[in-house]
Ligand binder design. Structure first.
Ligand code: GDP
Length: 444
């Protein structure tokens, strides 16, 4: 997960302040020194760091803060607000054309994640707005690129326009746009070629495509893992193409976060989306305030809720809620639920979005082991349909049979049944509006 060590260090710096009753100017200076170091270590552009720490210091040493008693909290608030401002302030939505189609042109180096992003966003628009996008395969240099886009198109049931690798990208785009006009597609995504490095041939081709297509949106895709290189790439692309927005991919990786934190301030262009994984659903709208909150370890409940809504099948969720109320939650539901949770990505990343959770020690041990899920599934699959629906049937001899059938020990079968019963009890308490024992303390 991105920002991990940055979060830890920033929290450390602010925690020291919280322990003090009255905060002096020297305390603020000390905290700012630590914040500056933490940001530089996270590979944030030095000018951005300088500007950020100055803004925070100027506000924090103002009399208003130092005179009152809650100053530590107020300083955290200032850090949060200024971090949000550095990240761009408000979320900026995708530009849309008043008449169809809205044309989105992609740009970025090879491997940054352009093709994947096209699939993610087109898929999301199709799902959320019933949109009918057309994807144009304009990367004729990387032989597998067209195939990759076609595979994504098939997965999402979205048409892909391609003319092989022998026709010039500009011609492909021209004909693709004609087709989109005929078919009345509401969005057109132009996937373009990337190179390993910026070169004039690439830039000239992109400029020609831009001149021809007159896009509503020129998105630059950068790989967060490349740190300051991503920032330099963004600067060059912006100078040459006058991009309209940035997509930062691979924020799920082990990144220090410097790229995401610097790009807006260096280029002046908004980060509009963040890629958070390889799956086609791993896309987030970039909300500077929520990102700041996450970086400071204060959680991000809104994104968590949205993620849950997007990933969970609403009808299934309603059915589950009904079953919990009626106390008829069975092993079939248990497995279904495991699958849904697995589909949302690593549990420890989700937990960190809950305010206060990032400071809970040992969260990293909270990993869901896919092997463990496979074992549970095998156990459930070895039950008869009647047993799955009625867990009370599971007497010792049945448990022995299930253990043998699933290649597990009886101890493991017993443990899993116990877990099932506990989660059933906990869910019932929650559906009845009570926090399960212990949870209230966690949030208190
Ligand atoms: P392109 O050359 O710019 O079109 O890049 P691709 O779309 O082919 O992506 C390059 C690689 O990065 C592929 O293996 C993708 O699965 C992977 N990738 C793209 N976006 C993300 C992301 O947000 N997170 C992770 N972990 N991998 C990503």
């Amino acid at each position: 997960m991105a920002f991990e060590s940055l979060t830890e260090r920033l929290q450390g710096a602010m925690k020291k302040l919280r322990r003090k009753g009255k905060i002096t100017e020297a305390d603020v200076k000390e905290m700012m020194r630590e914040i500056r170091l933490a940001l530089l270590e996270a590979d944030v552009n030095f000018k951005v760091v300088k500007d950020f720490t100055k803004r925070v210091s100027d506000r924090a040493v103002g009399e208003e803060v130092l005179e009152t008693l809650t100053s530590a909290q107020q300083i955290v608030k200032i850090v949060d607000e200024e971090l949000t401002a550095t990240l761009g302030g408000e979320a900026v939505p995708l530009n849309k054309s008043p008449k169809i189609p809205t044309i989105v042109m992609m740009s970025g180096l090879q491997g940054a994640g352009k093709t994947t992003f096209v699939g993610k966003l087109a898929g999301q628009l199709k799902k959320n707005e019933n949109a009918r996008p057309l994807l144009i395969a304009g990367d004729v240099y990387r032989p597998a690129a067209i195939e990759q886009l076609k595979v994504i198109g098939e997965q999402l049931d979205i048409p892909v326009f391609e003319m092989g690798t022998e026709v010039s990208p500009v011609e492909i785009v021209r004909q693709g746009l004609e087709l989109a006009a005929q078919q009345k597609n509401d969005y057109v995504f132009i996937d373009t070629a990337g190179r390993l490095h910026i070169d004039d041939v690439l830039m000239n081709e992109l400029k020609e495509i831009k001149a021809l297509a007159d896009p509503d949106e020129i998105l630059l895709v950068v790989d967060a893992m490349t740190g300051q290189d991503a920032v330099n790439v963004a600067e060059s692309f912006n100078e040459q193409l006058d991009i309209t927005g940035v997509v930062v991919t691979k924020l799920d990786g082990d990144t220090r976060g410097g790229a995401a934190l610097s790009i807006r301030a260096v280029t002046g262009k908004p980060i509009k989306f963040a890629g958070t994984g390889e799956k086609l659903t791993d896309l987030e709208v970039f909300h500077p305030d929520r990102m700041s909150s996450r970086i400071l370890g204060m959680g991000d409940l809104l994104t968590l809720i949205e993620k849950a809504q997007a990933d969970f099948d609403e009808q299934k969720a309603e059915e589950l809620a009904m079953k919990m109320k009626e106390n008829s939650f069975d092993f079939n539901d248990f497995i279904e639920q495991l699958d849904q949770v697995m589909g949302m990505g690593p549990i420890e990343d989700l937990l960190k979005m809950i305010p206060g959770m990032s400071e809970v020690p040992g969260l990293d041990q909270f990993k869901v082991d896919p092997k463990d899920v496979a074992r549970k599934r095998a156990i459930v699959m070895s039950m008869t349909p009647a047993e799955r629906e009625n867990p009370d049937l599971l007497n010792p001899s049945r448990r022995r049979r299930i253990a043998a059938g699933s290649g597990n020990s009886v101890v493991e079968v017993n443990r899993m049944i116990k877990q099932f019963n506990e989660s059933k009890k906990m869910m019932q308490q929650m559906t009845n509006g009570n926090m399960p024992a212990g949870m209230d303390q966690m949030f208190g």
